[in-house]
Design a binder for this molecule. Structure first.
Ligand code: NAD
Length: 361
């Protein structure tokens, strides 16, 4: 089959890691008889340099014309990059928020998986890690506190700021459906995280999630308060399969979950809309401190490409092959600097990409 993939190389280490992910995808094409047509899209600093703005309508249109988008990361060093002298709406990150909105990417998926080979990097004690963990956080991405009305004004002589947290039942239903669908392909458990003891938006969240659960009788649903979830993630991470939550809770919990895996360079992510279309990117940023040095870990981007194969292109076998290749290379002891440990073989970005591509069968 032929698929159209929009490639956003981005800024910092973005071009280096996307090149390696493309190398792996090209190998998947060779082995499984597919062909991918790539269309380059500028976003963030790279777009500012050419067009003066972080996202153009042409970039949105190109992305929309493809089956999926694979992205590196965008942004620069806030202290030294000229991009940060621009007003906030013209900076690189504004482009990322705008493309998510334009593509209606309301579901953010962030897996947190502990590789046996990287157990040493996990900051939790052995008895907490148990048999390891394999969870995915499904976060609502286009509603809630980050998109509600906000204002800062003087009230009776006192500066006062207000942010508004609002969700309607449709927004909740569509993200809940995604979470249950994903759980169906995994260990069949959804933990819905809210603050229903305090917030109205959470009480509606809980009610709608329970309604959706009725359509998925084979999936276990549990509710958990967000403060408890923050504790459980470090107390017993192995209990989770799919964590379903709203925008701000998900923002915080997904960073916490990524920290317990111990290796930011390994974590993929996907943002999906109501169809199978999605934008796939590593969870980490553009790492300007190591850009151009050939030492960035490309695995998060390669695993994001695997998610793209699975969720947007419905190529489960091919996604499995990429994930297995990553695991095998780790098992053989190859590491980039960020995940290096004693006795392992240190490799750079390009070698890591070569090793993984070679293992695709
Ligand atoms: P960062 O994730 O870029 O870097 C944090 C630390 O992790 C750095 O020491 C970096 O060298 C290291 N690191 C990150 N990815 C790595 C990899 N693949 N291999 C090896 N080491 C890696 O976070 P930051 O420094 O806070 O942000 C840098 C820039 O990235 C900022 O402009 C920020 O806005 C942007 N950012 C973009 C995204 C995105 O594109 N979605 C996400 C987060 C941050």
């Amino acid at each position: 089959m032929n698929y159209n993939i929009a490639l956003i190389h981005g800024d910092g280490i973005g071009p280096e890691i996307v090149t390696e992910a493309k190398k792996v995808l090209d190998k998947v094409c060779d082995v499984y008889g597919h062909s991918f047509t790539y269309k380059n899209v500028l976003l963030g600093g790279a777009s500012i340099d050419v067009h003066g703005i972080p996202l153009t309508q042409e970039a949105v249109d190109t992305a929309k014309s493809c089956d999926a988008v694979l992205m590196g990361s965008i942004g620069g060093d806030a202290k030294t990059s000229p991009w940060y002298k621009l007003e906030p709406s013209k900076r690189p990150e504004a482009g990322l928020l705008a493309i998510r909105k334009a593509l209606n990417l309301f579901a953010n998926l962030r897996p947190a998986y502990l590789y046996d080979e990287l157990k040493e990097a996990c900051p939790l004690k052995e008895d907490r890690i148990g048999d390891g963990f394999d969870m995915i956080i499904v976060r609502e991405l286009t509603g809630g506190l980050y998109f509600g009305e906000r204002k800062t004004e003087e009230v009776d002589g006192v500066m006062t700021a207000v942010d508004t947290l609002s969700y309607n039942e449709n927004e909740i239903r569509r993200i809940a459906v995604k979470a249950f669908e994903i759980a169906g392909k995994r260990k069949k458990k959804v933990t819905s995280v809210d603050k229903a003891n305090v917030l109205d938006s959470s009480r509606l969240w809980r009610k709608v999630v329970e309604e959706v659960a009725k359509d998925y009788p084979d999936i276990t649903l549990e509710h958990m308060l967000v403060d408890n979830c923050a504790m459980q993630l470090v107390h017993n991470p192995g209990q989770f399969d799919v964590i379903l939550t709203e925008n701000m809770f998900g923002d915080i919990l997904s960073d916490e979950a990524s920290m317990v895996t111990g290796s930011i360079g390994m974590l993929s992510s996907a943002s999906l809309n109501e169809t199978s279309f999605g934008l796939y990117e590593p969870s980490h940023g553009s790492a300007p401190d190591i850009a151009g040095k050939g030492i960035a870990n490309p695995i998060a981007t390669i695993l994001s490409a695997a998610m793209m194969l699975r969720f947007s292109l419905n190529l489960d076998k091919e996604a499995d092959a990429v994930e297995a290749a990553v695991q095998e290379v780790l098992k053989e002891g190859y590491r980039t600097g960020d995940i290096m440990s004693e006795g392992c073989k240190k490799v750079g970005t390009v070698e890591m990409g070569d090793l993984i591509a070679d293992k695709i069968k």
